[in-house]
Design a protein around this ligand. Sequence first.
Ligand SMILES: [Zn+2]
Length: 146
Amino acid sequence: MENVPSPVKISDSEWEVMRVVWTLGQTTAQEITQVLADSMGWKPATIKTLLGRLVKKEVVWTEQEGKKFIYHPAVSEMETVRSATENLFSHICAKRIGETIADLVEEATLTQADIDSIMAQLRQKQPVETIECNCIPGQCECKQHE
Ligand SMILES: [Zn+2]
């Protein structure tokens, strides 16, 4: 059986901590507190709680060095962002993914380089004839009248 990593599901607060862990590569609770305590209004205990959850979710691993715990990312930022996006898309009808992406493009602030990169992806994209609705009847309008 193929080893498909289960989707990483982290809360908004945990994301804030993860962004610091990804940026620093390896870090301590004190360093994260220095970065986030003021802007988030968090106490050191809050950050330790969040780190504990992230370790439990296996998105962060930790090692003890003397009295300190060093935290390392166990998953990449790219892979976590992708997993969150796939999770979001799994909540909408497969037939509506395209219009959702078009809407995201409309809403996004983009540079010319971003636009060039999106256009390059679109030029390479092989369209399919039709997309099957993957919803439970009653969860979208596609299957309402079947
Ligand atoms: Zn559907």
